[in-house]
Design a protein around this ligand. Sequence first.
Ligand code: ADP
Ligand code: NI
Length: 227
Amino acid sequence: MEDINQINELNQNEIYIVEATKNYVFEQLKDDTSGHDWWHIHRVVSNTIKLARLEKTANMFICVMAALLHDVIDDKLVEDEVEAVEAVKQFMTEQSVTTEEQASILSIICHMSFKGGQQAPLSTIEGFVVQDADRLDAIGAIGIARTIYYSGHKGRPIHEPELKPRENMSFEDYRNGKDTAIMHFYEKLLKLKDLMNTESGRQIAEGRHKYLVEYLEQFYAEWDAER
Ligand code: ADP
Ligand code: NI
């Protein structure tokens, strides 16, 4: 992540809040072993800063705060989502984040996860930027590493040739059904390119998407001992 002091778009008060939020999130995610660790947040914040600058009209403070906080309320990571949202609200109030800013940040982080494609779309430029930044970290070389890592974390195989990607699955199936790392490429990763919100995000996604397609091609060729 860029040094917070180098984010010229933030004022001094915002820099203090971002610094405190960074520590708050780090404490919660530093031991994560599901691919939603601190370094995921770090990369999403970096992508966010880049996209916010390219998109010009996005409020940098809202974007960076939402990027930092986007996974501390995730249903995969916390036992009680409602409680987690309350904790984030309390933290932001302690940091003197205004009610209006809190509402903008919460509306983004509560609605941005893919969840099998079942979420309502976001509506603000800040939401578009942060969701794109998170999606970029789900594709390309890093996306592949995270997917295989997450599958292992869940005790799932890399690939089962007879298992086919599922269409129109329920949220329960998406989270807990019979799944493999390779299936997840079709059930999520390959769909993300066309779901990007911003033009800048879409352009970066193109390159990362191409890498996924080439990876699968090579994977199947090696699987069948063709290469
Ligand atoms: P969601 O869990 O709503 O799909 P996330 O952005 O939290 O969205 O998922 C983050 C990443 O975790 C995915 O991009 C992927 O790398 C990994 N992941 C999530 N679900 C699976 C799965 N069923 N199989 C493999 N990897 C997964
Ligand atoms: Ni994320």
